[in-house]
Design a protein around this ligand. Structure first.
Ligand code: C5P
Length: 297
């Protein structure tokens, strides 16, 4: 018997970053949108905990107990006093170290899958608490849709979305480490006053209306200067997408994946084609948003 869970990637349409806290994390106002690019996590009873991964970036995925999927299984097993004897297989389509919460998706997916496999019957609140322990973006991978995340991004409020948004994502030739991007944010912020991060009212309204033009005008990512500082070539990718008619172009989360909002599906295909022939990225994908969070198949 196996259980498979499908989990979406995310893009941050707003990422407001506060000063570093005493625990090293940064206060955030983080508006997440779940996008239709997915990892699938399958758990099967086995003699002991084992992780395998397939997909174009599979060789970059750690298969030891640092993998968030393994940590999720261990966390649930530890709480329930069961043996974490499962084979976790990840079919990976979300870019690795890309700023699209691929690792977080696998954590949320493994948690939900193990809960179903073991019949743990954990409440939604307990699953969310375990997700928050695993990482700041993991709760959102579980819930999907659209949400505002505050605290370090783990405290979620669901958001209304009045339509479908059409996105194009350009995957970069190499990854960026999230801690390194936050460190670069701190370095660039030295000597500056950092305001409390707050969600943009215009942005929330644009989401609620499903208005792509208004959303494009309101998107922002305060980690973007840090990501560009560590990966300057991303500016060429952003320019290529803008030049092809994207309504807005931004680094997704800590990057280096770049996201481009298009007016409709047809325009998204044009932007994708232009990015593919621009020579400024590794692969290009289109995806609609929002989509549901982790789902047992
Ligand atoms: O929570 P998560 O493990 O995904 O965070 C990875 C790293 O990103 C943290 O160790 C920290 O360096 C940085 N981070 C941060 N502030 C946040 C979220 C993440 O500084 N709110």
């Amino acid at each position: 018997m196996s259980v498979t869970v499908r989990v979406p990637a995310k893009v941050n349409v707003q990422l407001a970053v506060g000063a570093a806290r005493s625990d090293g994390f940064h206060g955030l106002a983080n508006v997440f949108l779940a996008v239709g690019l997915y990892d699938e996590v399958t758990v099967t009873p086995a003699d002991e905990l084992r992780v395998t991964c397939a997909g174009p970036d599979a060789d970059q995925v750690p298969l030891d107990r640092t993998n968030l999927a393994a940590r999720a299984a261990l966390a649930l097993a530890g709480r329930r006093g069961v043996e974490p004897a499962v084979h976790i297989h990840i079919d990976k389509d979300i870019p690795v170290a890309g700023g699209m919460a691929g690792g977080s998706a696998d954590g949320a997916g493994a948690l939900l899958a193990c809960d179903a496999l073991w019949g743990t019957g954990a409440s939604r609140a307990e699953l969310l608490a375990i997700c928050a322990e695993l990482g700041s973006d993991v709760p959102f991978s579980l819930v999907g849709g659209a949400a505002l995340g505050v605290g370090r991004g783990e405290r979620l409020t669901p958001l209304e979305v009045g339509g479908t948004f059409h996105w194009v994502f350009a995957m970069a030739a190499r990854g960026l480490s999230t801690p390194a991007v936050f460190r670069e944010f701190d370095r660039l912020a030295q000597g500056r006053d950092i305001p409390e991060p707050v969600a943009s009212a215009e942005l929330l309204e644009a989401l609620a209306k499903g208005d792509a033009d208004a959303l494009a005008a309101a998107t922002s990512n305060e980690l973007q200067p840090a990501a560009l500082s560590l990966f300057p070539e991303l500016a060429d990718t952003l320019a290529a997408g803008r030049g092809a008619g994207a309504l807005t172009a931004l680094v997704s989360g800590s990057g280096p994946t770049t996201g481009f909002l298009a007016r409709d599906a047809e325009s998204a295909e044009k932007v994708a084609e232009a990015l593919r022939s621009s020579g400024t990225c590794r692969t290009v994908r289109t995806a609609a948003a929002p989509v549901p969070g982790a789902t047992v198949l």
